[in-house]
Design a protein around this ligand. Structure first.
Ligand code: HEC
Length: 305
């Protein structure tokens, strides 16, 4: 029996705060954006307080006061048909200025016609999930805010890749984490799946503190945050590096060809990553036979088996 289901859902998303990115031209240009199974029917800049919308659909509550209080925004109206029997109407309102570049999606089906004004502090909004890396419109990476809840791989202390002794007057720890889904996949296959995200966190080392007399412990200061991400469709070499100033700011792409890429490609034991230094993964890579040829040659040359 052929029956057409028409599903109607409307989501209005308001985002505030942070650094200005979204200009007027950029808004109008969104009509040309190509999104699979989705047609953008309107992309229009609306001046502050100028929107004249309907009352709330279910309760009938008058919303003109709310509409008048809105900052200028880019109103995007779209229709999505992810399946042949679907017809999803959606609206997204992007602030013209002061957007932190992040998006929070709210609700689904049953939320027909709801207006959901949300105010987000610039520092905590985060669309990056455990499952996938996420990016801002300008290509920066959204900070993987909860990487400390991911899988811990290893800590190096004062690791140096040059034979010359560095002039190190203070120590640094580097802690490596990977998203749980990628870790589980590695355990099964000995290599990394698409959408792997690895974080290297550098932390200051300290001797004096509490009862400690000798040796060093990690202090609360993060001195560096770098991300190595596998996103096959997005990056020509499948992997890319990002540098983050802090978890409050988006990460900057390090261009292909930088020394990061060369050293990782030449010496990383598995798929340009340094699995030889991750004790829970090295035995898996050996067992699955996924160690890179160059790495095996390097090991053989050093006589270290
Ligand atoms: C001379 C070689 C070398 C260069 C250059 C290098 N790295 Fe690495 N990188 C390493 C080693 C060795 C490790 C393992 C660290 C550990 O065990 O703690 C590593 C680990 C990492 C990791 C953890 C995930 C992984 O791939 O194993 C990230 C992220 C990372 N490096 C980022 C960078 C970035 C960003 C740059 C460039 C700014 C860079 N690296 C340049 C040698 C290098």
């Amino acid at each position: 029996m052929l029956e057409k289901h028409s599903q109607l859902s409307v989501a209005l998303i308001l985002l505030f705060s942070g650094a200005p990115i979204y200009g007027q031209d950029a808004c109008e240009r969104l009509t040309a954006a190509k999104i699979p199974h989705t047609t953008i029917t309107l992309a229009q800049t609306v001046a502050a307080g100028a929107f004249n919308g309907p009352p709330a659909p279910n309760s009938g509550t008058e919303l003109s006061h709310l509409y008048k209080s809105l900052p200028p925004f880019c109103r995007v109206v779209a229709e999505a048909k992810p399946t042949s029997d679907s017809d999803i109407k959606l609206e997204v309102w992007l602030p013209v200025s002061g957007w932190n570049g992040k998006l929070e999606g709210i609700g689904a089906g049953g939320f027909a016609g709801s207006v959901l004004p949300i105010s987000r502090p610039s520092t905590t909004a985060n669309a990056a999930t455990d499952a996938a890396p996420a990016y801002a419109a300008d290509g920066d990476m959204l900070p993987p805010a909860n990487y400390r809840e991911w899988i811990y791989l290893s800590t190096g202390i004062d690791m140096s890749y040059s034979p010359k002794a560095g002039m190190q007057d203070h120590s640094v720890f580097d802690n490596v984490f990977v998203n749980p889904a990628a870790y589980r996949s590695f355990l099964a296959t000995g290599t990394w799946p698409d959408k792997t995200v690895m974080v290297l966190e550098a932390r200051g080392a300290q001797t004096k503190g509490s009862i400690n007399q000798r040796g060093r412990f990690q202090n609360t200061e993060i001195t560096g945050l770098e991300v190595h991400v596998k996103d096959e469709a997005r990056f020509p070499g499948k992997w890319a590096f990002f540098d983050l100033d802090s978890l409050e700011k988006n990460g900057t792409l390090i261009p292909q060809g930088a020394p990061c890429y060369t050293c990782h490609a030449a010496h990383g034991a598995v798929d340009t990553t340094f699995v030889q230094f991750y004790p829970t993964l090295m035995p898996i890579a050996k067992a699955k036979g996924t160690l890179s040829a160059t790495f095996q040659k390097e090991e053989a040359a050093q006589g270290a088996k």
